[in-house]
Design a protein around this ligand. Structure first.
Ligand code: CDP
Ligand code: CDP
Length: 230
């Protein structure tokens, strides 16, 4: 074997991918890769450049030149630090403005080709917990462990609401959040290029009512089982 193992975690918004992937990586001493942050950074870049979101040619050029740097924070509660073309966009990529447009940018072939290439570079040596939408199906189809995390839209919207409260962000309407999440799920699962989909060999974990530590323990157990079989 010429690389260390890879854990691929996919699923819809608010399923707990980021939180759990970070905990699993810390627990097993692996590197955490947040691929959603890359699509968010690309979306920010497009908005910043004033390019029309439909202008796939201009966006393709922008994507080919974009340099995205990710530095997972040591603090398990804070998101990865993200820089694009030298700008620190860690907080900017989490704004509603970016969130509402990211699925449209992530559906573009040229954007995916470029970002997937960067993600696969991260994975060359393995030793990675990568999370996103197409990790087990497309980015790392030979990952040793594939997890598909889900939860009901209601539960995922509630989690987001609590996240906003914790961060002291302005009050958002729960029903609106549910709608936004359902719309993004729909866009991500129906796009032509590598849509959100459970890989045939992924283990599905329904996380409604589970604590993040329960989900983390399940994945760590599963990883250790897989390694002992190899
Ligand atoms: O954290 P949250 O689930 O809200 O979103 P995210 O993981 O940061 O991903 C943001 C968006 O990027 C998703 O809604 C997808 O449109 C896109 N994405 C993707 O297409 N492929 C990935 N591997 C990761 C994210
Ligand atoms: O990355 P993704 O959008 O899938 O989810 P996230 O950004 O990790 O957000 C999930 C939120 O739900 C976090 O506040 C978690 O603490 C919480 N949560 C969870 O992730 N998993 C559970 N089983 C229960 C709660």
């Amino acid at each position: 074997r010429d690389r260390k193992p890879i854990i691929a975690i996919d699923g819809p918004a608010g399923a707990g991918k980021s939180t759990v992937a970070r905990l699993v990586a810390a627990n097993l001493g692996l590197v955490y890769l947040d691929t959603g942050a890359m699509y968010r950074a690309m979306t920010w870049l497009v908005q910043q450049s004033g390019i029309d979101l439909d202008d796939e040619c201009a966006i393709a050029e922008l994507a080919a030149k974009c340099v995205i740097e990710l530095a997972p924070s040591q603090n398990l509660d804070s998101p990865v630090q993200v820089c694009v073309n030298g700008y620190d966009v860690t907080t900017q990529i989490r704004t509603p403005e970016v969130t509402s447009k990211v699925s449209a940018i992530a559906a573009q072939t040229a954007v995916r080709l470029e970002l997937v290439k960067q993600q696969q570079n991260w994975g060359k040596k393995g030793g990675l917990v990568a999370e996103g939408r197409d990790i087990g199906t497309h980015v790392f189809p030979d990952a040793e462990v594939k997890i598909y995390l889900t939860a009901s839209v209601e539960e995922r919207a509630l989690r987001r609401l609590q996240d906003f409260k914790k961060q002291g962000l302005p009050e958002v309407d729960l029903e609106q959040l549910e709608k936004d999440i359902a719309e993004r799920d729909w866009k991500d699962s129906t796009r032509k290029v590598s849509p959100l989909q459970k890989a045939d060999d992924a283990v599905e974990i329904k996380t409604d009512g589970l604590h993040t530590s329960d989900v983390t323990a399940k994945i760590v157990d599963f990883y250790q089982q897989r390694l002992s079989q190899m």
